[in-house]
Ligand binder design. Structure first.
Ligand code: BT5
Length: 257
């Protein structure tokens, strides 16, 4: 399968990139363990703000809480950005990154929506997962948003436990998707969203989310699971929920399994 894949079209990607910083430079690898680890190494060696670490395939792609993110070759997108940003901006990345990704994907599949805290779903199936790591280096804070998008390869066709969980954009559309154009759009959206006022980004999140106004199941680490109504989102990406008793509380991504 790998041999027949078209190679990454750098010229096309670059011609569609309108950013000044995000996606410049692009560190490209055919195969890595995880782009999260390679991005950390690149940052430790001085990689500039905006660098994108991109792989065709990951042999140890990861999700939250030690879970695996299945990352086969197949013209998908597995990328970690290196963002040298203030702690203030870093705090809001759990809102900014999903908004940028969802808007980029929605240009291809309009129904793409954010499933709090870190997925993009289409028709009840996951097409994208995100993970945001951080590090305090001597030169300042660095954030590592990692984004995995099933663009042309549907992982559920190769991984039986992802059936009824995952799909790809191409499977939804019934045709191949221009991955380089999508990736350039993602970089462009990310640059725009990082610069936008927090209130605007929150409004965009609310427009494109699958959770607000719905009942959610919360499984706090070390606490009893409960059901509640998701009523709002704060600017750091925590979910405000209302229990049946009327009591409101804030739930973070760490509180859900
Ligand atoms: C995530 O975790 O969804 C975060 C995924 C982040 C992946 C990117 S790829 C680039 C960068 N490098 C990395 O190593 N990671 C980042 P979580 O919410 O924990 O979801 C993990 C769960 O999603 C798994 O337990 C599966 O149920 C499901 N899953 C695994 N692979 C998938 C895939 N390719 N597509 C959709 N769902 C998947």
């Amino acid at each position: 399968m790998t041999a027949s894949l078209p190679p990454f079209d750098f010229a096309r990607f670059q011609s569609l990139l309108t950013t000044t910083l995000i996606g410049r430079p692009l560190v490209y690898r055919p195969v890595v363990g995880s782009t999260m680890d390679l991005a950390r190494r690149e940052a430790a060696e001085g990689a500039v703000h905006g660098t994108a670490v991109f792989a065709e395939e990951q042999t140890a792609g990861r999700g939250r809480r030690g879970r695996t993110f299945f990352s086969p070759a197949g013209a998908n997108i597995y990328v970690t950005f290196i963002l040298r940003c203030s702690l203030e901006l870093h705090r809001t990345l759990p809102v900014r990154v999903p908004v940028a990704v969802a808007e980029a994907l929605a240009a291809v599949v309009p129904e793409a929506a954010i499933k709090w805290p870190n997925d993009i779903w289409v028709g009840g199936l996951k097409v994208c997962g995100m993970l945001i790591d951080g590090e305090l280096e001597a030169e300042g804070p660095v954030a590592f948003p990692g984004i995995g998008i099933n663009v042309n390869f549907d992982p559920s066709t190769a991984q039986p436990d992802l059936q009824r969980i995952a799909t790809s954009l191409a499977a939804v559309l019934g045709r191949p998707v221009d991955r380089e154009a999508l990736f350039a759009r993602l970089c462009n959206e990310l640059e725009r969203t990082l610069a936008a006022p927090a209130a605007d980004v929150l409004a965009r999140y609310r427009e494109r989310n699958l959770v607000l106004g719905r009942r959610v199941h919360v499984s706090p680490v070390g606490g009893a699971p409960f059901e509640a109504l998701a009523v709002d989102l704060d600017d750091a990406g925590a979910l405000v929920v209302e229990r049946d008793s009327g009591v409101r509380e804030t739930v973070t991504a760490a509180d859900v399994t």
